[in-house]
Each structure stands twice: as structure tokens, then as C-alpha cells.
Design a binder for this molecule. Structure first.
Ligand code: GDD
Ligand code: MN
Length: 355
């Protein structure tokens, strides 16, 4: 097989028939197949099966009863299930015109690139007109700008790392390095390896039927994904720690302002920070590892227990270092803080989140 067209679907029943028809026409003369990776809860699977029977293009469906990794997880599953030389990923709501399939494939082949992507932001003719509302267009454009500046080398030739319409040469991609969690699978692929990229402008059309699954939650997920790709998990953990420290100082200041005794204020600030750090860890740092870890209840007790013990032990250790080993107190304090950070990170990755 030369080409697998991979289409992730979540409740896209009204779009399936037209999508299969237009894809079949677009793939005439190409040795191709269509793979749906479906996580739907509506009649999409039945619609796909029906369309498959009447189609001249081979159609396969992977229906996932227990979907993991959302859109990216689905795309990775489709690529893994394909034996083809090339995989092309396309949305199921016709915002990506199937007529572009042969264009992307021929660009990939003729330029000997690893990735050919349909870009909304390149050359004459690229457009994101289909993004509903000025707000979404602005969010998309600024997220693109920030992401490109965070990966100046790997995204040098990529004007639209957030597009979901692209083709890859399978042999060039290290699939094992990918973490199927974000909404933005192309960014994941491009930021983990240096790849040769070719772009084709396209107009991101309007959704044909149904509703978009984009949400604030996806937005947060995206920030987490970019953060982790850029700084690694330990970097994200450090950012959470830094936010926690700022919060701690803020709460302490507020309580002192309310005439609370400074020891009580320090304890209250520490406890609130420990709680907020736990929440941020869960949402931002270890979000992708939660399925492997113990229950929320157990994670909470382990994390809060460790952080309290660490906060309590730091003072006696400091005294020990200063009094017995005669280390300069500021230096000793820096040492205990650094050791505490390292231990906290190790404990959370190895024990709490098994990540
Ligand atoms: N299998 C599966 N599982 N498919 C999903 C899931 C999921 O959890 N979530 C969404 N999809 C499918 C949808 O059915 C659709 O075919 C495609 O993924 C894109 O989802 P939309 O809900 O239409 O998202 P969008 O239009 O906001 O996002 C598109 O534009 C982005 C650029 O702005 C997508 O193309 C993104 O990939 C693209 O990055
Ligand atoms: Mn869409």
C-alpha cells in the first residue's frame, strides 16, 4: 500500500458519506486506503460501515471503546495500524478538503521531504477563514507565533505547526518518541525530531456539520504540551514550584496585613501552597500519566504527606549543616532547597505518578 489516509472521528456521522466520496475521487490512481479511528458515541461507526460497503476505496475502521490520548492518541493509533509508505492525516468534518490529498502526496515525493503539510499561514492562498470568530482566529495566530519562537530551528520551515492536515513519510518518523496526549499531533512530531518539511497553502474551510471539540480545556492542554516539549517534565515541575513560591509569599503578605502572627501566616501559606501545587501538578505536569497512577485519594495523601515532611525536615537539616559542618547558612539553605526540589521531583515521578 502506498498511502493510508487517517481520519480521526468523534461524532461526525453527517459528514462521513461526503468525506468517503470526495476522498475516493481524490485518490483515483493512487494505491490508497482510508482508515477511520473512531471514538464516537453517536451513529458514526454504523455510518462508516455503511459507507465502506459501497466504496471502491478500501475503508477500515478502528473503533475504540476505551479511547486514550484523545485526538492525538487516535492519530497515532491510525498511523501505527498502517503498513503504507505514507500516512496522511485529515479531519473528518471536511474543513480539510480531500481534493488536496494528491497535492500533498506529490509534494512529499517530489521534494523528498519527511512531512508535507497544508498550511493556513503560508504563501498566496493560505487562510484560516473557517475558524469561527475573530477570537479563535486570534488565539490560533498568537499560539502559532509563540510556538514557532519556542522552536526556532525545528519549526523554521513550518508556518502552521498547529495544522491537523499533513502527510508523513513513515520511515522517517520515530513513532516511539511520541506521547499521545495533546490535540496537536503534528507539533509533537515536528518538535521531537529535525525533519525536512514542505508546505502547501490551503483554505481551512468551515465545518460541514456538527460541532467543534475545541475548548478551554484543550487550550490548557496545549499550553501543557508545549511546555513539556520545550522544557521537559522537570521544567514544568519547576515552573509549578516557582508559581507555588510566589503564591506562598503573596498569601503570607496578605495574612500579615490582616495582623496574623507571622508563624501562623507562614504555616497557612505553606499548606495552601502545598494544595495548589498538588492541583497544578495533576493538571499541568503529570496529566498524561494519570491512567498509570494510583487513585486521586492516594496520590493526594502521598504528595501532601511528602511535602509536609519535607517542609518540616528542612529546618533541622539546615541547623545540622550550619552547626555541625560549619557551612555558610545561605549556602546551606540553597543546598537544602535544591535537594528538596530534586527529591520532590523524584518522589512524585517514581512513587506518586509512576511516570
Ligand atoms: N478519534 C477521535 N477522538 N477524534 C477526535 C477527537 C477524539 O477524542 N476529538 C476530535 N476528533 C476529530 C473530530 O471528529 C474531527 O474529525 C477532528 O478530530 C478535528 O476536530 P474538531 O473538533 O473539528 O476540531 P477543530 O476544527 O477545532 O480543530 C481542527 O483545527 C485545528 C487547527 O485550528 C483540527 O484539524 C486540528 O487538528 C487542527 O489542529
Ligand atoms: Mn473541525
Amino acid at each position: 500500500m502506498k498511502l493510508s489516509v487517517i481520519v480521526p472521528t468523534f461524532n461526525e456521522a453527517p459528514n462521513i458519506q461526503e468525506l468517503v466520496q470526495r476522498t475516493t475521487t481524490a485518490c483515483l490512481g493512487i494505491e490508497a486506503e482510508l482508515i477511520f479511528v473512531d471514538d464516537s458515541t453517536d451513529s458514526t461507526p454504523a455510518t462508516i460501515q455503511h459507507a465502506a460497503v459501497n466504496s471502491t476505496l478500501p475503508v477500515r475502521m478502528i473503533h475504540r471503546d476505551h479511547p486514550s490520548g484523545g485526538l492525538s492518541g487516535a492519530v497515532i493509533e491510525g498511523i501505527t495500524a498502517s503498513d503504507a509508505e505514507y500516512c496522511l492525516v485529515m479531519d473528518g468534518d471536511l474543513q480539510h478538503p480531500p481534493e488536496m490529498i494528491p497535492v500533498l502526496l506529490s509534494q512529499l515525493e517530489s521534494t523528498a521531504s519527511d512531512v508535507a503539510l497544508a498550511s493556513r499561514y503560508c504563501g498566496e492562498g493560505g487562510s484560516n477563514a473557517g475558524l469561527s470568530g475573530t477570537y479563535r482566529r486570534m488565539v490560533s495566530a498568537s499560539a502559532t507565533l509563540v510556538t514557532r519562537s519556542l522552536f526556532p530551528v525545528r519549526l523554521k520551515d513550518c508556518s502552521d505547526p498547529m495544522t491537523g492536515f499533513f502527510a508523513i513519510r513513515k520511515s522517517s518518523i520515530d513513532m516511539t518518541a511520541l506521547q499521545p496526549s495533546g490535540f496537536k499531533i503534528l507539533l509533537e512530531i515536528l518538535s521531537r525530531q529535525r525533519l525536512k518539511i514542505v508546505e502547501v497553502p490551503f483554505i481551512f474551510g468551515r465545518r460541514s456539520a456538527g460541532t467543534s471539540k475545541a475548548s478551554i480545556g484543550q487550550g490548557l492542554h496545549f499550553i501543557r504540551q508545549v511546555g513539556e516539549l520545550r522544557m521537559g517534565r522537570i521544567g514544568l515541575f519547576a515552573v509549578v514550584g516557582a508559581i507555588g513560591t510566589l503564591l506562598n509569599l503573596l498569601i503570607m503578605t496578605a495574612l500579615l496585613f490582616l495582623d496574623v502572627h507571622y508563624v501562623v501566616a507562614a504555616i497557612a501559606a505553606a499548606e495552601i501552597t502545598i494544595l495548589s501545587n498538588f492541583l497544578m501538578q495533576e493538571k499541568l505536569v503529570f496529566n498524561g500519566a494519570l491512567h498509570r497512577a494510583a487513585s486521586t485519594h492516594k496520590r493526594f495523601l502521598q504528595s501532601v504527606g511528602f511535602n509536609n515532611a519535607e517542609a518540616l525536615l528542612r529546618l533541622p537539616v539546615l541547623v545540622l549543616l550550619v552547626e555541625m559542618l560549619l557551612i555558610n547558612s545561605v549556602l546551606a539553605q540553597a543546598g537544602t532547597l535544591a535537594a528538596a526540589f530534586g527529591l520532590r521531583y523524584l518522589f512524585h515521578t517514581k512513587v506518586v505518578y509512576l511516570a
